[in-house]
Ligand binder design. Sequence first.
Ligand SMILES: *[C@@H]1O[C@H](CO)[C@@H](O)[C@H](O)[C@H]1NC(C)=O
Ligand SMILES: *[C@@H]1O[C@H](CO)[C@@H](O)[C@H](O)[C@H]1NC(C)=O
Length: 370
Amino acid sequence: MDLSLLPLTVFLLLLATFAGACPASERAALLAFKASMYDDTMGIFSTWTGSNCCSNWYGISCDPTNGRVADITLRGEAEHPPVFLPSAQAGKPGFMSGTISPEICKINRLTTLVLADWKNISGSIPSCISELPILRIIDVVGNRIDGELPEGIGKLKTMTVLNVADNLIDGRIPKSLTELSSLMHLDLSNNRLTGIIPSNFGNLRMLSRALLGGNKLSGEIPKSIGSMYRLADLDISQNQITGEVPSSFGSMRVLSSLYLDCNHISGKLPSSLLKSRGLNILNLSRNAVQGTIPDVFGPHSYFTALDLSYNLFKGTVPKSISTAAYIGHLDLSNNHLCGQIPHGAPFNHLEASSFVGNDCLCGGPLTHKC
Ligand SMILES: *[C@@H]1O[C@H](CO)[C@@H](O)[C@H](O)[C@H]1NC(C)=O
Ligand SMILES: *[C@@H]1O[C@H](CO)[C@@H](O)[C@H](O)[C@H]1NC(C)=O
């Protein structure tokens, strides 16, 4: 036998060994998972038959090196809907009810659990999920999942994506969450979370998106966030956050969008934040920020949206705004600003609605002459 073919032979042998495989225990766990779901409008589970769960079970894939179940990926709004769908149903959003069976925790080499946009999957996220040693992705967005996030979730040291947005999850953000040392994308938006954002949130060194909007979170914005040098998008909007915007936010290296609208934020707006080179979107609308708007814009300023409406800003509209490279949407309405609106770009393409509801602003685009 040609020895150079040995690696290939071994590989083919492995494939042959695992091709008919699917550990019986994992197949049983998948069938228990299937049994706790119903109203499967897409008929996905009709493909979950036969002994080899690694072959042609829709949404299941296995690790070819060991034949173990690695991914469960079931999306209700799939870009590429299952081919077996009757044509009448293709393109319609999926709908599924049921609960997530804790039996899936027996699928010990699971890396991906996606049960996204099924609208009616309920019950809680099984707490045993924290014991899965190589789980990387949990995405259960767009369901009716309730209960609390598992207390031990921080054990998932390999987890990169945690998306539980648009559900009914309550309770606090588990303390252990800040131990997710590989986490890059966190989306807890639009749930019913209460309590504070953990003060050591900044420990999430790998995090690039943190979306916490639309909950009932209270307390202050943790200062530690200012040291997150990979964080590009932070959304804490529509909560009950108090205190000031940390001035350290102005030195975050890649922060590009910051949504803090609809909270109870007070204090002054740090000038370092408006000076920040990377910041493109700042929404501070509907808070209680006071003092003047720092006059620190310059040729490096590039805002697609800057919304400071419904706050307590006083003083004048900063003249330096006209030196900015670009200001798309600007909203300074409903504050206590006074004096003449500066001339030139971007002011000459803004509408009165950007300035209404102030104490004594005057000049175009407002009809009130100075
Ligand atoms: C949604 O799920 C709940 C709980 O399982 C169930 O009672 C209800 O009938 C489901 N709704 C629809 C429209 O199927
Ligand atoms: C800022 O937030 C407010 C309140 O949530 C919202 O109405 C407004 O559209 C947002 N502004 C921008 C520019 O997105």
